[in-house]
Design a protein around this ligand. Structure first.
Ligand SMILES: Nc1nc2c(c(=O)[nH]1)N[C@H]1C(S)=C(S)[C@@H](COP(=O)(O)O)O[C@H]1N2
Ligand SMILES: [Mo]
Length: 367
């Protein structure tokens, strides 16, 4: 405990049934914006439209003063500057990133936290150097278990004062696709996305992609920090240890057709053929099937899949809707991946609203 009372840093809770979004939640939502769903039309999300999630404040880091420290259970601890990291071999991965809390605001009862609907997902081209070679060079001790990544941001969460930190099992950290990235869509990382350096673990939910990285420490035991042991777990009861949140579950979203009503976001569509499009992704395996429903998930139709441009990026899909009868419709999409996992239509509730991939619902009026 840090001596702050619950008015400063309240414990986790779920809302009462029917309790509306609070000003605290609105404050979080206004800071951490989602991707406008019409941006699903782009293969890579244009700068500024990528969703954002920042637990505390964006730290002010001068890239010339900034250093990365690598230490812990290794034989050769070292400190690197940005130029040294940029002089190492460089790789670009196209990666779809999604916040583990996506969909939380629709859960009943609602976990009180960042109130995402469907839009905490985006895709970018990330460039940097593989972590594996860099870590290997430091001479990892045989007793190494976890690798801890520390960001420069600091805050209190549920009464626990902390730097933002995430631990990763050594074997995952040594996966050849894990990068230390300094470039996003060909430009230097912007402040809000982790400048000057962030971690990229393709296929994992967003919480693992530590921004404003300043330190990498190798531990001889499992990391027991807040973001691994308390926050990002799937649990039903407060006392439970729960299950670690890791890779992204399959999900499809559709680009809302027609034009919207300002307040309700209901779509207005003209009678006739409608080319519906969208994206689907999974951090476990390639997408093998996308299905579309126009009646809220009763009947399903197979969409045509586009190419999957990279192992970790969303793929496009399309389906032609013959919207011949005026009236009210509810559009849904669901994805299946090569691991055989079918996206559920309804919610699978958990205490913190993590890793929920229930189907999007888009109200449409055909006139
Ligand atoms: N240092 C630090 N890294 C962080 C976070 C943070 O608050 N601090 N938020 C995490 C979460 S929960 C998500 S979903 C992603 C969001 O990345 P983005 O804002 O670049 O889209 O960053 C992750 N990395
Ligand atoms: Mo997140």
């Amino acid at each position: 405990m840090t001596g702050f009372d619950e008015s400063v840093s309240p414990p986790a809770r779920v809302a009462e049934l029917g309790e509306g979004i609070s000003l605290d939640e609105l404050h979080l939502a206004a800071r951490n914006h989602g991707m406008p769903l019409e941006s699903l039309r782009y293969d890579t999300t244009p700068p500024g439209l990528h969703y954002l999630l920042i637990h505390y404040d964006i730290p002010a880091l001068d890239p010339r003063e900034w250093r990365l420290r690598i230490d812990g259970h290794i034989r050769r601890p070292r400190t690197l500057d940005l130029a040294e990291i940029q002089a190492m071999p460089q790789i670009t991965h196209r990666v779809t990133m999604e916040c583990a809390g996506n969909g939380r605001a629709r859960l009943e009862p609602r976990p009180v936290s960042q109130p995402w609907l469907d839009e905490a997902v985006s895709t970018a081209d990330w460039t940097g150097t593989p972590l594996k070679a860099l870590l290997r060079e430091t001479g990892i001790n045989d007793d190494a278990v976890d690798v801890v990544f520390t960001g420069a941001d600091h805050g209190i969460e549920r009464g626990v004062e902390q730097d933002y930190q995430r631990g990763l099992p050594l074997a995952e950290a040594l996966d050849e696709d894990v990068l230390l990235v300094h470039t996003m869509n060909g430009q230097p990382l912007p402040p809000q996305h982790g400048a000057p350096l962030r971690l990229l673990i393709p296929g994992w939910y967003g919480m693992a992609q530590v921004k404003w990285l300043t330190r990498i420490s190798v531990l001889d035991r499992a990391f027991d920090g807040y973001q691994n042991v308390t926050a990002y777990r799937i649990k039903q009861e407060p006392g439970e240890a729960g299950v670690l949140v890791s890779r992204i579950h399959p999900r499809a979203l559709l680009t809302p057709p027609g034009f919207p009503d300002f307040q309700t976001r209901t779509r207005i569509v003209e009678r006739g053929s409608q080319e519906l499009t969208g994206r689907a992704w999974s951090g476990w395996a390639p997408i093998t099937r996308v299905e579309i429903s126009i009646d809220g998930g009763i009947d399903w139709n197979d969409a045509e899949l586009g190419a999957q441009p990279s192992r970790y990026a969303w793929c496009s899909w399309n389906w032609t809707w013959h919207a011949s009868t005026p009236g009210h419709y509810e559009l849904c999409a669901r994805a299946t991946d090569a691991a055989g996992t079918v996206q559920p239509v309804g919610q699978t509730w958990n205490l913190q609203g993590m890793a929920n991939n229930h189907a999007q619902r888009v109200p449409v009026v055909v006139r």
